[in-house]
Ligand binder design. Structure first.
Ligand code: SAH
Length: 486
């Protein structure tokens, strides 16, 4: 290492910034965030700095720089666009043995500013010793995406309780206790913004730790379950929270619609358990088995990620699972996912609502068991979009029902198979012919049926260009095939 990364305490510490332009302003703002007492030496200040000076947030020395301006300064920043001036500031600071940063000049500087991820009081600083600032910023972006926004809240939560824990627990058990707070239900509740739940989990952990402090085995924390929506398929469509909790989980229970690329985002050493349901019949028993499995793992003190395709609360039986967990006193959080309809719409350019064509959108199950409970007359009305889930095997029936209820035979319809996944396909047609077209294209689940005027706008990326090569290569990364007819 060429530089030692350290964190400086600058509250009320005098710092001098030479220069009054945009670059200086950015440094001043950073310094004000940590409470430094900032003096700006410049013959001219930009608008923002002028305002800050008149508000008394900074002191302005309206003068050409002289070494005497550094009197008392404990840190110096040269942020002018004049090389000679920057060099003079640098020399003056070095003569006084005060650390100096010359913006964008690693050779003159004795320290430099890292790229920062701010989850105060947790901060991550990334540097590249001035060799590749763009790379350092990229690393920062990666970390930025990984760390929950509420990480700072968790650090404060722990900080506020440090003294109490110190008093209550012997040193030997403290570390294990804090680990259970970070990785357990208290931690995830703070991260999810539920402080009341976090407080209860914390109290419970503290009690358990006190009770078991004398035993050699130590405390075992209560497990928890994350009901996570995995999105429509493309792993990049996972939410940040889904990713964060996936990385925490000890066990991942996943079903048929969760692709391998998403599973790969779980911790390497996490146990992966397939709990997909068979095509028919036994579904109910399987759901009970899933409940029992979640309960068993949670009782072992494990963190269980229950990964479901799309969103857990959209045709995902997430409601039943949540209810079951609540009934058994297992803490759980629900993480929304992008439901298939939204994924498919974005991937094929179908605006689900549209000022001229559709004022509402309805998500419906196409499963025949629910047939009798649907209001077909309402679904057949114009100026709306209706998206059928689980309907591919029953297209003929769905289209017939809509037409009996008054929908026009020429109403546009689109089928999207494997939306957002490699090999995604699109079939476009009308209520009158979509079932036949689907049969001809041998369309298979998972697929969605979109009915309504907006369905006519469906197209795959690359479609509409003059096909110079076969579709597969033409659309590049998306690698989509398409079948379309009217
Ligand atoms: N909870 C899921 C839906 C589960 S029901 C969600 O919110 O998306 C299963 C149905 O979802 C499938 O029969 C299919 O109609 C639809 N589906 C799920 N993933 C899909 C995909 N990638 N492309 C098209 N349809 C999909």
């Amino acid at each position: 290492m060429d530089h030692l990364p350290i964190f400086l305490h600058l509250r009320a510490v005098p710092v001098v910034v030479v220069g009054g332009g945009r670059v200086a302003q950015r440094k001043v703002e950073l310094l004000l965030r940590v409470g430094a007492r900032v003096t700006v030496v410049a013959v001219q200040l930009n608008e923002v700095l002028t305002q800050r000076a008149s508000a008394g947030e900074i002191t302005h020395r309206h003068a050409q720089f002289e070494p005497a301006h550094l009197e008392g300064a404990q840190l110096v920043i040269a942020a002018t666009n004049l090389k000679a001036l920057n060099t003079a500031v640098c020399a003056a600071a070095r003569a006084r043995v005060v650390p100096v940063n010359v913006v964008d000049d690693p050779e003159l500087s004795t320290f430099y500013f890292p790229a920062i991820v701010d989850r105060s009081p947790v901060t991550v600083a990334v540097g590249s010793d001035g060799q590749a600032p763009v790379l350092a910023r990229w690393v920062r972006e990666q970390i930025e995406a990984l760390l929950p926004d509420t990480l700072g809240a968790l650090a404060r939560f722990m900080g506020e309780r440090r003294k109490a824990v110190h008093k209550a627990l012997a040193p030997a058990v403290r570390r294990g206790f804090w680990e259970r707070i970070v990785h357990g239900s208290a931690g995830s509740s703070v991260l999810a913004g539920d402080t009341a739940l976090a407080e209860r989990a914390y109290e419970r952990e503290l009690c358990t730790a006190q009770l078991t402090a004398s035993s050699a085995t130590g405390a075992r924390s209560l497990g928890e379950v994350y009901l996570i929506g995995a999105g429509p398929g493309d792993a990049d469509l996972l939410t940040l929270r889904a990713l964060q909790l996936l990385q925490r989980a000890d066990v991942v229970l996943y079903d048929r619609l969760v692709p391998a690329a998403v599973l790969e985002r779980a911790r390497r050493d996490a146990e992966r358990v397939f709990v997909g349901k068979g095509p028919a019949g036994a579904a109910h028993t399987a759901q009970e088995d899933i409940h029992a499995l979640m309960l068993r793992y949670a009782h072992q003190g494990l963190r269980v990620a229950r990964l479901k395709g799309g969103d857990p609360f959209v045709f995902g039986r997430g409601g039943e699972e949540a209810e079951y967990l609540a009934r058994h006193g297992i803490p759980y959080v629900v993480v929304p996912g992008i439901t298939a309809a939204l994924g498919a719409a974005a991937a094929t350019g179908i605006p689900l609502t549209h000022r001229q064509m559709a004022q509402s959108v309805t998500l419906v199950t196409g499963h025949p068991l629910e047939d009798g409970t649907l209001d077909w007359a309402a679904l057949a009305r114009p100026r709306q979009t209706v998206v059928f889930y689980m309907g591919v095997a029953h297209l003929q029936r769905i289209c017939a029902r809509l037409r009996q209820a008054g929908a026009s035979e020429s109403l546009p319809a689109a089928l999207i198979e494997r939306a957002t996944l490699p090999g995604q396909r699109l079939v476009r047609g009308t209520l009158g012919n979509i079932a036949a077209l689907a049969r001809r294209a041998a369309l298979a689940p998972p697929a969605l049926l979109v009915v309504g005027e907006v369905a006519a706008l469906a197209q795959l990326p690359g479609e509409g260009e003059i096909p110079a090569e076969p579709a597969r290569q033409r659309v590049g990364a998306v690698r989509a095939e398409h079948v379309h007819e009217y």
